[in-house]
Design a protein around this ligand. Structure first.
Ligand code: ZN
Length: 467
């Protein structure tokens, strides 16, 4: 893997250590921890029970940054714009029609401006990496750009501009529905076959570095066949992340059953492909056998609570999946929220409402719900990103959040109460400073390039809203 190029030329030079009074390490909360990292932004030493030296940067509360395992960056621009009841019973599918109309207009410059705004917001709320499920490949007329990877490269450029880590997942999108239905005209920008995807992955390979991984995403079993996915995986380098939308809507499950005789998760599991590389986004509609199959495969279930709630998808079967030992992670998906706290809180609240029970996300070894959720999503998100992130250990990225020790919710707190209090006690953003790969990109709650990023986004939105 190459060193990062000159991504951070414009970032201020930062000290390469941080002293934390309390840091959340893999073994739990530790006191008086020195975190040190190298020029590339990888932790070289994590030393608890030590003493601060004069002049050293210090913090009270330090936790590992979260991976956002599912994002369609351009949808940030339409958040809040589809909350009006139509004449018919408003559903996922009417939302999708509107999203397509929007998607048909976005230019390379606009997607970069939108993604930069989104990623700066994600960083401010505690996400330090993002998996971008990217399907806006072609130009609005349906032709490839002169540089076929143009749109994906713009999204990666936005990630580098903001400092967030990125896993770019070019999306294989060949069909409109099960049974290899031809794409609709308004899906023309997404259109890709196996060769197109391999060409895109190839073109993006040179972008791989400490901050950037390249994987692949068959859009769904509606839009890509099992045979196509097998073909892509035969060529894809080992251990690259593979993400898919799997069972978001009941209608999708019914259509899959009608076309193949199997449910989507069942169909994918029976193909023998599922393993730890996979992230199953919206594994919302699974029966008990499917829950056990996904958990046993080591794949990550990508849960996007706020989007799933916004679109009326349904509830993930969290208790059975935890019982089966499954991995979870979280994603902001359509970006109706950019906060991991809100994502995790509503994951738990959805289960409480559904089951009329409390403290669902827990098990014998971890009864604190906030701790269970944060740690599980850290691990699952890291796995889904294919990057060395998600824990404060030597060899991992120096991706760290410093929480606001002066906020009334956190003053005088015992460390065991920190994650529960952070996640379940209100809506103030308690993330004060954020380091990604050792570089501080959020200072006192603001992105270091917030003004210029917001101004480019405002210009872009004026253009889009005047369409
Ligand atoms: Zn999605």
């Amino acid at each position: 893997m190459s060193q990062h190029h000159q991504l951070y030329q414009h970032f201020p030079q930062n000290p390469q250590s941080l002293f934390a009074q309390h840091a959340l390490l893999p073994q739990g909360w530790m006191k008086n921890v020195r975190l040190q990292w190298d020029q590339a932004g990888n932790l070289t030493a994590v030393t608890p029970d030590t003493i601060a030296v004069s002049g050293e940067t210090q913090a009270t509360w330090v936790v590992p940054g979260m991976s956002n395992l599912h994002s369609h960056a351009f949808q940030r621009a339409m958040a809040g714009m589809t909350e009006i009841a139509g004449d018919s019973k408003d559903s996922f599918w009417t939302w999708r029609d509107l999203m397509y109309r929007y998607a048909l207009h976005i230019t390379p410059g606009q997607i970069q401006a939108i993604a930069a705004q989104l990623y700066a917001e994600c960083l401010r709320h505690g996400y330090t990496g993002v998996c971008e499920f990217h399907y806006l490949h072609r130009d609005p007329a349906g032709a490839f750009y002169a540089r076929p990877e143009e749109m994906a490269a713009r999204v990666i450029a936005a990630a580098h501009q903001t400092g967030i880590g990125i896993t770019m997942l070019p999306v294989l999108y060949s069909y409109a529905d099960f049974g290899a239905q031809p794409l609709r005209d308004d899906q023309r920008r997404f259109s890709t076959g196996v060769d197109d995807i391999l060409r895109l992955v190839n073109a993006l390979e040179s972008q791989r570095d400490w901050q950037t991984e390249i994987g692949v995403a068959p859009h769904s079993l509606r839009a890509a066949s099992i045979a196509q996915i097998q073909e892509v995986l035969r060529v894809l380098p080992d251990r690259r992340p593979v993400h898919i939308h799997i069972a978001e809507q009941v209608r999708e499950v019914d259509a899959c059953l009608a076309a193949t005789g199997k449910r989507p998760v069942e169909l994918l599991a029976d193909s023998g492909m599922l393993d730890q590389r996979w992230c199953l986004v919206h594994a919302t509609h699974m029966n008990k056998d499917e829950v056990r199959a996904v958990a046993a495969s080591g794949a990550v279930a990508g849960i996007c609570t706020t989007t799933e709630g916004n679109l009326g998808d349904g509830f993930f079967d969290l208790p059975d999946y935890i019982e089966a030992g499954g991995c979870i992670g979280i994603g902001s998906d359509s970006h109706v929220s950019q906060s991991p706290v809100e994502e995790l809180r509503w994951l738990e609240y959805g289960q409480r409402l559904r089951l009329q029970a409390r403290n669902v996300a827990s098990h014998q070894q971890q009864r604190r719900v906030g701790d269970f959720l944060w740690q599980a999503a850290l691990q699952g998100g890291a796995q889904a990103s294919g990057r060395k992130v998600g824990q404060l250990s030597s060899g991992y990225r120096a991706d760290m959040l410093v929480l606001d020790a002066t906020h009334p919710n956190l003053t005088g707190l015992h460390c065991d109460e920190l994650l529960n209090t952070w996640i379940f006690s209100g809506n103030d953003n308690l993330v004060r400073h954020v380091y990604v790969g050792g570089r501080q990109v959020i200072v006192d709650g603001r992105h270091i390039q917030q003004a210029s990023i917001q101004s480019a986004y405002a210009d872009c939105m004026r253009e889009l809203r005047s369409l």
